[in-house]
Ligand binder design. Structure first.
Ligand SMILES: [Zn+2]
Length: 617
C-alpha cells in the first residue's frame, strides 16, 4: 500500500531520458521517492563551503543518487528526513559530474517516515551506446552498492545552485565542454545550470582587497568586473583565493576563466547589470589570453563634456578627455568610519568644456600617467552639485591613452592648438560665495550634500540651504554660562565672588546662558547633525537659554518634555559646511547659519510660483 505512493519508474526515466522536453517535464513532475541513505559529503573548496548531503533515492524499482542543495541541509540536521523517509521532490535540476548526470534536489517536502525499504530497488544500467553519445549517463550501478556510488560522488566538485535559483535544467545538452579547445560561453549565457563553461573576459575593474571582522571571524575579499561582448559580471574571491588570484588578475587584461561558481547576484552589493555573479574558488581556472585576436574590446559611447548638463544626476556616461589638472590625494572618512582615498582630476575635451572627475581608492593612489594624457572612462557617475561633476564607481573603467580613434583625434586636436582654448567649467563649486541667505529655489537634500562632499573642497566653508525636521536634540550641554556684557558671550567661571569673565575682568552675580545646540535633522534623503548657537536654540525652543536652564534645574520632567517637544518640528536652514580635523580624522561640520520656522504663506506662494512657471512652459 505504501508502495503505491512512490512514483514508479521515475528513477529510470531520470537517468535515461535525453530528450530535452521530456527532461523538462520530469523536472517539474514532483515525483514521490523514498530516501534509502543519506551521506554527508565534506565541504568542497571555497571560503564559504558548507557540508553537503548525498542521498540515494528509490522509486521502489530502481534507485539513483542525488545531491541535496545546501539550503535543504536543515532537513537532515533537524532529523526531518533520514533513512526510509518518503518525500516529494518539489524542485530539482541536474549537474554533470565526471560526465554523469547527478540530480540535485532543490526543494522537497516530507510525506511519511517509514521503517523499511519499499520493494527491492535495483541500480540502473545506462542505455546502450549512450556513454559515447550523450553525457546523460549514470555510473553502471546494477551491482554497485549505494555506498560505492556515494564515494564516487563525494570526490567530485559539485556546483549546487543556491537557494533562490530554482528552475529546471535548460541546457543539459551543452554541458560536456572542456578539453583543449573550450567552447567559449558568452557571459550573458552563464547561469547556475551551466557547469563546464569557459568565458573569455576582460577585467575592466579590480577592487582593493577589503577585510572584515565580526563575531564569526575575519577575512578578506576582492572583486573584479569581467566583460565580454555579451555583457559583464562581477566575480568575488575570498581569503586564500585573494592570495592566489589578486595579483594574477590585472585590470585591462583578458583571461580564460572556468570553474567558478555562479550565484544569484546580491544586488545590494553588486552594481553590474547581471542577474548572476561569480564566486572565485580555489579550483577556479584562470589563464591569461595572449592571443590578441578576437578579444573583447570596450565599447564606449562618449558624451561630450559640453552635454553633461543634459544628463540626470546619478546617471552614468562614458567620457574621453585630456587631463589638465591632477589634484593631490586626500583622505576622507566614510559613513561607516572607513578611510577612503580620493583624488580629483580636471579633464577637458574638444567641446570646449572642462569637468572635475573624482578617482577613489587604489586608482586615486596609483594614478600616475604622463601629464596631459588622454584618458577614456566608461560608466562614470554624474553628480549635480555645483554644476556637473563625474565620479568613478566600482563598475567604472579607466583606460589611459587608449588606442581608439576618439582618443587619437582628441590628442591631435589638443596638440595642434586646442590646449590654448578657453574651457568652460561644468563644475562651478562656488558655494563658498554664499552669503548665508536662505534660498528656497536652491534647497539641497542632506544626502546630496554628503555625497557631494560639501565643505571638503579646500579650506573654504561652503553654504547650502536645506529644509529639515528635527529628529533628536542632544540634551547634554545645551547651554553654557556666558558673560552678561552685551556681545561678549565668553564663558564665565563660577568663583568665590560670583561668575567671572576673564575678557571683561569682572564678576557677575549670575551668568547669562547661551545655547549650543547639536541636533539631528532629516529630510527624505537622509539625516545630518547640525550645530547651532544661541539664535538656533531660541528658535527651536522658543525661549531663552536662561529660561530653559532654570526649568532644567527645577523640573527634570518638564525639561525632558520641552526637549521631546522639538522632535518633529520643521525648519528652513542655511548651513555652513566646513571640514574639521578631529582625532586625525577629517569630518565635515554643518553649522546652522540661519534657522527659520516655516512660513506657510511663503511656502504656499513659492509652490504656486513653481506650478505656474511649469504650466507656462
Ligand atoms: Zn565678558
Amino acid at each position: 500500500m505504501v508502495n503505491a505512493q512512490l512514483t514508479a519508474g521515475i528513477c529510470e526515466r531520470l537517468v535515461n531520458t535525453t530528450n530535452q522536453e521530456e527532461v523538462d517535464a520530469l523536472y517539474s513532475s514532483e515525483p514521490t521517492v523514498q530516501i534509502l541513505s543519506i551521506k554527508k559529503v565534506g565541504p568542497t573548496s571555497g571560503a564559504n563551503a558548507v557540508d553537503r548531503y548525498r542521498i540515494i533515492v528509490s522509486d521502489g524499482e530502481h534507485f539513483t543518487q542525488a545531491m541535496m542543495a545546501t539550503q535543504l541541509n536543515h532537513f537532515v540536521e533537524e532529523g526531518l528526513v533520514g533513512k526510509n523517509t518518503i518525500v516529494i521532490i518539489e524542485k530539482f535540476t541536474s549537474n554533470f559530474v565526471q560526465e554523469k548526470r547527478l540530480l540535485i534536489v532543490l526543494a522537497l517536502r516530507v510525506v511519511a517516515q517509514t521503517n523499511e525499504k519499499i520493494g527491492n530497488p535495483q541500480g540502473l544500467q545506462p542505455p546502450p551506446g549512450s556513454e559515447a553519445t550523450t553525457p546523460a549517463v549514470t555510473k553502471p550501478a546494477s551491482t554497485a552498492a549505494p555506498s560505492s556510488a556515494a564515494a564516487a560522488a563525494s570526490s567530485s566538485t559539485l556546483t549546487i545552485p543556491s537557494a533562490t535559483t530554482i528552475s529546471t535544467n535548460r541546457h543539459p545538452g551543452q554541458q560536456n565542454r572542456g578539453g583543449k579547445n573550450p567552447v567559449i560561453f558568452p557571459i550573458e549565457g552563464l547561469s547556475p545550470y551551466q557547469n563546464n563553461w569557459t568565458i573569455k573576459a576582460r577585467v575592466t575593474q579590480k577592487s582593493d582587497i577589503r577585510t572584515w571582522a565580526n563575531q564569526r571571524g575575519e577575512g578578506k575579499l576582492f572583486n573584479v568586473t569581467l566583460m565580454d561582448d555579451s555583457g559583464e559580471i562581477r566575480a568575488t574571491g575570498f581569503n586564500t583565493v585573494v592570495d592566489e588570484l589578486y595579483e594574477k588578475l590585472q585590470e585591462g587584461k583578458v583571461y580564460f576563466i572556468s570553474k567558478a561558481r555562479v550565484n544569484l547576484s546580491k544586488k545590494k552589493f553588486n552594481p553590474t547589470n547581471n542577474e548572476y555573479e561569480l564566486s572565485l574558488e580555489r579550483n577556479t581556472e584562470i589563464e591569461e589570453c595572449r592571443d590578441l585576436t578576437n578579444i573583447p574590446v570596450v565599447h564606449y559611447n562618449f558624451t561630450d563634456l559640453k552635454n553633461l548638463g543634459d544628463l540626470a544626476k546619478d546617471s552614468t556616461c562614458d567620457v574621453v578627455g585630456i587631463v589638465t589638472e591632477i589634484g593631490p590625494t586626500s583622505e576622507l572618512t566614510s559613513r561607516f568610519n572607513k578611510t577612503i582615498v580620493k583624488r580629483e582630476l580636471t579633464i577637458v575635451d574638444r567641446s570646449g568644456f572642462s569637468v572635475r572627475l573624482t578617482l577613489w581608492g587604489k586608482q586615486a593612489q596609483e594614478f600616475n600617467p604622463s601629464s596631459k594624457a588622454v584618458i577614456a572612462w566608461k560608466n562614470v557617475k554624474v553628480g549635480d552639485f555645483g554644476g556637473r561633476s563625474l565620479s568613478m564607481m566600482s563598475t567604472s573603467m579607466m583606460e589611459i591613452n587608449p588606442d581608439i580613434p576618439e582618443a587619437h583625434a582628441l590628442r591631435g586636436w589638443y596638440d595642434a592648438g586646442g590646449s590654448s582654448s578657453e574651457f568652460k567649467s561644468q563644475t562651478t563649486s562656488n558655494f563658498s560665495g554664499g552669503s548665508g541667505a536662505f534660498n528656497r529655489d536652491d534647497i539641497r537634500f542632506f544626502n546630496d550634500v554628503r555625497e557631494a562632499e560639501l565643505g571638503m573642497h579646500g579650506d573654504k566653508a561652503e553654504y547650502f540651504s536645506a529644509r529639515g525636521t528635527i529628529m533628536h536634540v542632544r540634551p547634554e550641554n545645551l547651554a553654557y554660562p556666558a558673560c552678561q556684557t552685551q556681545g561678549c558671550n565668553k564663558k564665565v567661571i563660577e568663583q568665590h565672588d560670583g561668575w567671572r569673565c576673564e575678557r571683561c575682568d569682572r564678576s557677575w552675580d549670575k551668568p547669562s546662558y547661551r545655547y549650543i545646540v547639536s541636533m539631528a535633522v532629516a529630510d527624505h534623503s537622509g539625516q545630518a547633525w547640525l550645530q547651532g548657537f544661541n539664535d538656533a536654540g531660541q528658535t527651536v525652543f522658543n525661549m531663552t537659554a536662561d529660561e530653559l536652564m532654570e526649568i532644567k534645574d527645577r523640573d527634570d520632567e518638564k525639561f525632558n518634555k520641552i526637549i521631546e517637544g522639538t522632535i518633529g518640528t520643521q525648519f528652513n536652514f542655511t548651513c555652513r559646511a566646513k571640514q574639521e580635523t578631529f582625532n586625525d580624522q577629517a569630518r565635515v561640520r554643518y553649522g546652522i547659519q540661519k534657522i527659520l520656522p516655516l512660513d506657510y504663506k511663503e511656502e504656499g506662494k513659492h509652490l504656486m510660483a513653481l506650478l505656474s512657471s511649469d504650466w507656462a512652459k
